[in-house]
Design a binder for this molecule. Structure first.
Ligand code: NAD
Length: 368
């Protein structure tokens, strides 16, 4: 029996409720496939700010680094919302742990579960067959570039403004583009062998470098993979007009942040989407949605995105492909049998098929 060490980061809002279901499913699938999981819980986000005054205590990063994988739920909530740059914010925990673990790749699979195809706001013929993987660069770009806010004469306009000015810098280094491009080409080889690289090369110098490097790696090492370039504005449109044509989509940090939320909405069910953040050592797995403070503590949150993030953990960190397939099969079976949490139920769902967080977790376990 192999034992894997997992750092558990429940975070805020619905986090503790959904992560418990993830662990329940991991334990059940582990028992079936000869693995056990040892969990160490640590604080991140708003609850860490309350307890330690910082969204990412050193202890949390140390536990994460000493683990085989990290399972995160979500952080944030109105209690910690602030625009004061001097006060800590929950999302600093996310950015900090990604940086600390050198997680430079975010993978977000977007697949339509046929039982939920009605949930999309797009026509069934548009979303039919959607199966794409968003590969987003996580540690570079404008979110980490130099930024400043200051006063100067140029900032003062004719309308009585007091002259404030601010800038952020979008910066990329060659090695950052190189390694994310490789992740995308490797992912494509395991899928339908096509990569769409998204940039804004008609305007941005960092995008021109991006395009040059992606092509150089492609031509030299991955000529068997089909490669297309697309400008980010055009991509935003194509994602909702011909989403089924995309296989692997690779892009820089901010474009990826925006496009992956758009891609997520293709499914119409935020509570279903998992994600993985990979580097060269410990990886982190989390749902794509936030901490849903509006429903926290009510026992009605959908745990499936968290459970599917456990599936990704088995696949990418522990190479337990059969166990991962089993989780996906179990989730599909539960949905096919008509079970729904409130967020994915519709007018046609009978009331006795609408279940809470814990029951949904139990149903997945029963179907393993
Ligand atoms: P959200 O994803 O938390 O919620 C959006 C809507 O979807 C809400 O109505 C919520 O109830 C619903 N929802 C989300 N997940 C659900 C689930 N599993 N089951 C049922 N319903 C679900 O986004 P938001 O409201 O914009 O943000 C709330 C907080 O979460 C904010 O503080 C934000 O900063 C934070 N946030 C955190 C992350 C993260 O931890 N990775 C990501 C996005 C937002």
């Amino acid at each position: 029996m192999t034992t894997y060490k997992i750092c558990l980061l429940p975070g805020d809002g619905i986090g503790p409720e959904i992560i418990a279901e993830g662990c329940k499913v991991l334990d059940a699938v582990g028992a079936k496939y000869g693995a056990s999981f040892e969990y160490t819980e640590a604080a991140i986000g708003g609850c860490a700010i309350d307890e330690f005054g910082t969204a990412l205590p050193d202890e949390t990063l140390a536990v994460a680094k000493a683990s085989d994988a990290v399972l995160l739920a979500a952080v944030g909530g109105p209690k910690w919302d602030t625009t004061d740059p001097e006060r800590p914010r929950p999302e600093q925990g996310l950015l900090g742990i990604r940086k600390g673990l050198e997680l430079y790749t975010n993978l977000r699979p977007v697949q339509i579960f046929s039982a939920l195809s009605e949930a999309s706001t797009l026509k069934p013929e548009v979303i039919d067959g959607v199966d794409l993987m968003m590969v987003r660069e996580l540690t570079g770009g404008v979110y980490f570039g130099m930024r400043e806010r200051f006063y100067d004469e140029e900032g003062a306009g004719p309308n009585g403004s007091n002259g404030q000015r601010a800038y952020d810098t979008m910066e990329y280094r060659e090695y950052e583009i190189d390694r994310i491009a490789r992740q995308a080409f490797e992912a494509a080889r395991k899928r339908r062998n096509k990569v769409t690289s998204v940039d804004k090369a008609n305007v941005l110098e960092s995008s021109r470098l991006w395009r040059e490097i992606v092509h150089a790696i492609h031509d030299k090492e991955y000529p068997d993979v089909e490669l297309e370039d697309i400008l980010v504005d055009n991509c935003a449109m194509q994602l909702i007009t011909r989403p089924a044509d995309f296989d692997v989509m690779v892009t820089e940090n901010m474009f990826g942040d925006i496009l992956s939320d758009e891609a997520a909405q293709l499914t119409g069910s935020l509570g279903m989407l998992a994600s993985a953040s990979l580097g060269d050592s410990t990886a982190l797995y989390e749902p794509s949605h936030g901490s849903a403070p509006d429903i926290a503590g009510k026992g009605i949150a959908n745990p499936l995105a968290q459970i599917l993030s456990c599936e990704m953990m088995l696949r990418y960190s522990f190479d337990m492909q059969d166990a991962a397939d089993d989780i996906r099969r179990a989730v599909t079976a539960v949905l096919d049998a008509g079970w729904r949490t409130g967020d994915i139920a519709d007018a046609a769902t009978p009331a006795d098929k609408v279940v809470g967080t814990v029951r949904m977790g139990d149903l997945v376990v029963e179907n393993l």
